[in-house]
Design a protein around this ligand. Sequence first.
Ligand SMILES: *Cc1c(COP(=O)(O)O)cnc(C)c1O
Length: 391
Amino acid sequence: MKTGYVQRYQRDFESFYPNGRAFAFYKGRVALYAILRALDIQPGDEVIMPGFTCLVDATPVKYLGAKPVYVDIDEDIYNMDLGKLEEKITDRTKVVIAQHTYGYPLEMDLLLEIAGKHNFKIVEDCCHTFGSKYKNRLAGAFGDAAYFSSQWNKLYTTGIGGVAVLYNESDIRKLEQICNVELGKAGFKDVSLLFLELLAHKMILYPQSSALLQKLFRWLSGKGLIVGSSSKKELASEAGCNVNMPEEFFTAMSALQARTGISRLKMIDKNICHRKKIVKIYDDILAERGWRVTKYSDYIEPVLVRYPVLVDNKKKTLELAESRFVELGDWFVSPLHDEVKNFEIYDYIPGMCPIAEKICKHVVNLPVHQRVSEKQAIRTAKFICQFEQFR
Ligand SMILES: *Cc1c(COP(=O)(O)O)cnc(C)c1O
């Protein structure tokens, strides 16, 4: 396989974001790190993000000695509450991460207005979406940069993988220079294993097996037998220890991943269409049974990675789902998914984002991926409706 695939994937990505330059990386978090480097984030700088995100949004910030600052979320749509953003802005604020949680676009006009007043950069976290629109424009096209993940659980998958899209000429040149000097290549062993996993992923029956499969993946990766998305080394797991970037972190996307990405992007319309259809089924059944479904403005057109609902008893719901082979997700289990104890290392003090913490206790999510059939969706929605809704 030639490196040409990576270039092609980048060009294909740019066809969706014609004003930007795409850079493909080994993982989404690496793409974020690359963007932060291009934006010249320095020790002591502050990077604002919602207190309802993946731990790997905070880790690259810490690698650079900068400080993640958390803003609570809006409980109606799970995105950063922009009414609470300005109180967190200081003269050290360099970046605000605009995460489009579950695929619901953040209120971008308002964020742009605040950015204009306070002079920070906007980095869109598009890891939960591809194709969501805000006022007829794709999420990912609004900020100074955006990044995407194509890890197993995301909208489309290349096994693991990420893309950064940058818009400012000087940032693009800077990142090119950094990549020329520092960007490493994925090891042969990792890429070979990834190849087998992608193959297995294609063959294995979904969705009944997917919860089990995920467990199997997790177990195997715990044994060091699989290229998981998180290695122990990457995340500081012991209280008090520093968050140091592992040596092999800044790694390019491999040709195998890029080739998979190229073919997944070709089928993206079908993927998006399917997701909208499944979401409509969930919306209809839940609304019919008096459940609160996520409300949003009519100028928003979300494409969801998963469909969130709030249940009264999350633990019981997840347990029963597992025993009945109903696929159900737990995103997010904490303000810094899926860290559950060492928040202080990442400058999150429990109680900082009370709404997010409350939502974590009650949110579960229904699958909308391509192997969920209509019948399956109906079954899943009805399964959820037997529980008590969280109000
Ligand atoms: C998945 C995800 C990431 C990072 O993805 P990787 O490709 O696994 O590094 C970052 N932010 C959010 C919100 C995500 O869901």
